[in-house]
Every structure is written in structure tokens, then in C-alpha cells.
Design a protein around this ligand. Structure first.
Ligand code: NAD
Length: 374
């Protein structure tokens, strides 16, 4: 049966990148029924909102979406569509695998790290009080009355809520992910030595949950030590689970370790819906030029196949991407030794090369099947 998936082309380079990913996904042989819906700056001009209700309803109905990047308009009063989607659909887990692919120019080899970031709490919960406002002064006065340590009047305040329930949900997600993907270790990342009641709570939940997964190693790492460890010996890390803010920062470090944003896929997952999207933004300067690298978007499609339990197709797709990058011939400008290499191909031709690889591997496995009498 075909998988019904909401497809959001997005804006900037989003439409050309999602088109490339869509063609590659279809070439795996898995059947999709795409429910194409709009979000972003272009639809905002027409409908007055960057996230129309029918788009949200479509994701709720289908449970799965592949989404192109979307520009966050500055100074319009609209919040980011990306943040709104995570909030409305309660997409509590952000998963960002970062893997070295031979042929990509990077300082490192053998990196295979999965960042599992909590998506709903922490300093990103959006509970903030602007310096100098009456509410900020009231918050400061209330806090100052409760404690000997005093907050200076006129300070801006951001609140960092971390709950046991949300921590348990994300840590359990990370261990379940490790179990179902054959990973060896989950590291719990905090700054629990300093923030005892927030990161400390996250860490105590991490210890409690880790005990339920005896076959998976667990380790505790402070976020500053992790940053140094990642740039010195990234191959020593496996699955990382982090509160929201550290997860955001660390996933950019891990993307950098494997060659940059053009190669970093992502998934935002909740109990009832999952949205797959590249880590990068809309790269507006390349809009309509058939130039941007669709790898992150295509690999987000690979994560979607995994999620839809199309494991064999997911593996074939990743192998095809690996082969095309390793060969280095039909790749976008950013994967060539120099950025003005005239042999670089466009977004669409790179997708064609991956599709050709998929066809090649399908023919090879057909031949093996015939030889084995299957
Ligand atoms: P960006 O990721 O769009 O670009 C950062 C740099 O990486 C740029 O130099 C860009 O040209 C390059 N780049 C990004 N993707 C690339 C690709 N596939 N191939 C080749 N080069 C690529 O980040 P930005 O410029 O900070 O943001 C642009 C817009 O995207 C902003 O409005 C931002 O809010 C939005 N954004 C959206 C998402 C999302 O939709 N999930 C994520 C991040 C940023």
C-alpha cells in the first residue's frame, strides 16, 4: 500500500531540493501518495499566514511529512513555521544523524554520531521577560524576595524549565532509537555540576532510564567536555541525548564534523506525527538556480523511509548516495575540490545520478535473485 505523506516544498531553494528528494524516494520503488501542501513566505503573501490550517491538518491526518526549508520572515510578527510545527504537533524529539561519507571534504573520517535533542523545553521554551518592562521587574522582585542571591534590576530574564516527564520521554526515545538501530552507547549530555535542579534532573532521569536498557552502554558527559571531545575524537561518540539548547548547538558542531549543513538530515518526531527536514535553512541566495546540494534533504527522506519501516529501501537509498559522493563525478559544487569546479552538476542532475545508482543496484539484485532461483 502506498504511504500517504504530506509534502511541503517550502520556499527559497526548498522546492528544488524537495523535488530532488521526491524523485529519489520514488526511485526506491516504495509507493507514495504525496499530499502537497504549502507553508512559508510565498503562501503568507496569498493567505496571510505562513502556516495555513490545511497544511497542519494534512500532517495530523497523514502522520508523516517531508518538509523543505522555510524562511523565517523577520519583523512580521509571525513566529517561525518550524517552531510552530514542532509546538502544534508536539514533535518532542529532534534526531540529527551526522555521518562521514567518503569523498566529502572534511577534517575528520569515521564520524557516525546521532544527536537526539529535546525539542519542547529548556531555554527555548519561549518564556522570556524583556529588560526594563513591568513584568520583568515583577519577576525580578518576586525572585529576589525568595533568595539571598539578588538579580540586578533592569535585567532581561529567560526561564529554563526542565521537567522529569519531558526528560524521561526524550531519554527513553534515545535508548529506543539505539536499540532499534543497533547502536552501542547513549551518552547523556548536561551541565549538571552547575545547574543542579534542571540539568541535574535531566541527568537523574537519564540514569533511571539507562538501567532499563542493560544491553546499551551509557555514559555521562558534561557539555563543555563533549565539545572538546567531538573536535578531538569524534569517532568515540555514538548516540547523544541532550536538552534543547545544547542539542541545537552540538548538532551544528556534528554537522561541521561531517562536511557541513548540506549533508545533515533531520527528523522531528512526536507521538502522533513526524516531520522530516534538512538541518539547513532555505539558502535563499541559490533560489531557482538548480545549484544547492540536496543531500541533506534526500537523507531526511532516508530517515523517513526508516520511520515508515521501509528499512531495505532506506539502506539502498543511503548506499546510492554514498556511491555517488564517493565517485565524486556527478556531485554539486560544494562536494567538488574547488567551489568553482566546472564539472559540478546541478541539484537535479545529482538526483539523477542517485536514481541511476538505485536502478543499477535493483538490476544487480534481480540478477542475483535469478541466479539463486528466487
Ligand atoms: P541556511 O542554512 O539557509 O544557509 C547557511 C549557509 O549554508 C549559506 O551560505 C547557504 O548558502 C549554505 N547552504 C545551506 N543549505 C545549503 C545547501 N543545501 N547546499 C549548499 N549550500 C547550502 O541558513 P540561514 O542563511 O541562516 O537561513 C536562511 C533562512 O532559512 C532564514 O530565514 C532561516 O530562518 C531559515 N531556516 C529555516 C530552517 C528550516 O526550515 N528548518 C532551518 C534553519 C534556517
Amino acid at each position: 500500500m502506498a504511504h500517504r505523506v504530506t509534502l511541503i516544498p517550502g520556499d527559497g531553494t526548498g522546492p528544488e531540493l524537495t523535488q530532488a528528494a521526491r524523485r529519489v524516494l520514488e526511485a526506491t520503488g516504495v509507493e507514495f501518495e504525496w499530499d502537497v501542501r504549502q507553508a512559508g513566505v510565498e503562501v503568507m503573501e496569498k493567505e496571510g499566514t505562513p502556516l495555513p490550517d490545511d497544511t497542519l491538518e494534512s500532517i495530523k491526518r497523514n502522520g508523516t511529512a517531508l518538509k523543505g526549508p522555510i524562511t523565517t520572515p523577520i519583523g512580521t510578527g509571525f513566529r517561525s513555521v518550524n517552531v510552530a510545527l514542532r509546538h502544534e504537533l508536539e514533535l518532542y524529539a529532534c534526531v540529527r544523524p551526522c555521518k562521514s561519507y567518503p569523498g566529502v571534504r572534511s577534517r575528520y573520517e569515521g564520524v557516525d554520531v546521532v544527536v537526539v535533542r529535546e525539542n519542547t523545553e529548556d531555554l527555548y521554551a519561549g518564556i522570556e521577560y524583556e529588560a526594563g518592562t513591568d513584568t520583568a521587574e515583577q519577576v525580578i522582585a518576586t525572585l529576589n524576595a525568595l533568595q539571598p542571591k539578588q538579580i540586578a534590576p533592569g535585567s532581561g530574564i529567560s526561564v529554563k524549565p526542565i521537567s522529569a516527564d519531558a526528560s524521561r520521554r526524550i531519554v527513553r526515545f534515545a535508548f529506543d532509537y539505539a536499540r532499534s538501530h543497533g547502536r552501542r552507547e547513549v551518552a547523556g549530555i548536561t551541565k549538571a555540576n552547575i545547574m543542579k535542579f534542571t540539568d541535574g534532573l535531566f541527568l537523574s532521569v537519564f540514569r533511571e532510564v539507562a538501567a532499563d536498557y542493560p544491553e546499551i552502554a551509557s555514559r555521562e558527559v558534561l557539555v563543555d567536555a563533549l565539545c572538546m571531545g567531538l573536535v578531538q575524537r569524534p569517532e568515540e561518540y555514538d548516540v547523544l541525548v541532550l536538552p534543547n539548547l545544547y542539542g541545537d548547538i552540538v548538532s551544528d558542531i556534528t554537522a561541521g564534523l561531517v562536511g557541513g549543513l548540506g549533508l545533515a538530515p533531520g527528523a522531528n518526531i512526536g507521538a502522533d506525527a513526524a516531520v522530516f527536514e534538512a538541518t539547513h535553512g532555505s539558502a535563499p541566495r541559490y533560489k531557482g538556480q538548480n545549484k544547492a546540494n540536496p543531500t541533506a534533504m534526500i537523507l531526511s527522506g532516508k530517515l523517513m523511509l526508516d520511520h515508515l519501516r521501509e528499512r531495505d529501501a532506506a539502506q539502498r537509498l543511503e548506499q546510492a548516495v554514498t556511491d555517488v559522493i564517493a565517485e565524486g563525478k556527478h556531485v554539486t559544487y560544494d562536494l567538488k575540490p574547488s567551489r568553482d569546479d566546472p564539472t559540478a552538476v546541478g541539484t537535479s542532475e545529482y538526483a539523477d545520478a542517485i536514481i541511476a545508482r538505485l536502478a543499477l543496484s535493483a538490476r544487480a539484485s534481480e540478477r542475483t535473485g535469478l541466479r539463486n532461483g528466487n
